[in-house]
Write a protein that binds this ligand. Structure first.
Ligand SMILES: Cc1cc2nc3c(=O)[nH]c(=O)nc-3n(C[C@H](O)[C@H](O)[C@H](O)COP(=O)(O)O)c2cc1C
Length: 209
């Protein structure tokens, strides 16, 4: 059986750059999008509460509407799909479910499950909205990066976009108050290379103590 040569993580990381010109005729199936998301949600999160939700835009008319509230950015319409990553500020609703599932999978005993549920319940619901928002934003950043690297590993391209009107997004796509739209990720096949970018040298941003 022929097996595709897998790229190393380093190669994938080096090859990923923000693509803003896409082949508009290239379509990625829902199954493939779900394969990427299914792997991406292995990302770590605070107390494993997984404060993320996704809205996948693959309808041409809806993508047009989304482009209008995303600073008219072309890639919103020309990429195959746009994945909106939302942060769940009320991630504590997942506490019971997450730890029960680990218990049912045999990963912890019942006493440990009860202890972890109690501990998380004594923290997250009482934290300020700002604290919960920061946690949820951090965790959605982690899952977003996984999406982009997985896409690159499969030969696709992405660009993360914070440039969209979050108020209009919420209204148009019926996003409940509990969720914050964080980033839109265009996913598709590049039609032109990314702009070259540089990085501030490591020696300027690292220190040892
Ligand atoms: C949170 C975030 C928001 C961004 N928003 C946009 C955006 O709205 N439009 C865009 O074209 N690029 C956007 N970018 C892409 C950055 O410009 C890009 O990642 C950066 O210039 C480095 O280039 P590279 O991704 O090609 O390595 C965003 C990146 C991040 C991480």
């Amino acid at each position: 059986m022929a097996t595709a040569t897998l790229k190393s993580l380093s190669e994938v990381i080096k090859e990923r750059h923000s693509i803003r010109k896409y082949d508009p005729d290239f379509k990625i199936s829902r199954q493939e999008v779900e394969e990427i998301l299914d792997e991406a949600i292995t990302a770590p999160s605070s107390s494993n509460l997984q404060p993320w939700r996704f809205i996948v835009f693959d309808n041409e008319n809806t993508k047009k509407e989304l482009r209008a509230i995303a600073n008219n950015q072309e890639q919103v319409e020309t990429s195959s799909v746009v994945i909106a990553v939302l942060a769940d500020k009320e991630m504590y609703h997942n506490i019971e479910r997450v730890y029960r599932s680990a218990f049912e999978a045999g990963y912890m005993d019942e006493a440990n499950m009860e202890r972890l549920i109690k501990s998380a319940n004594s923290t997250y619901p009482h934290a300020s909205e700002e604290v919960r928002k920061n946690i949820a934003f951090f965790d959605t950043g982690l899952v977003s990066m996984q999406i982009m690297l997985l896409a690159k590993a499969k030969g696709y391209d992405t660009v993360p976009m914070g440039g969209f009107d979050k108020v209009q997004f919420r209204e148009r796509f019926n996003v409940a108050d509990r969720f914050e739209p964080v980033v839109l990720i265009s996913l598709g096949k590049a039609a032109a290379p990314a702009f070259k970018t540089t990085r501030i040298p490591l020696k300027e941003i690292i220190e040892y103590k």
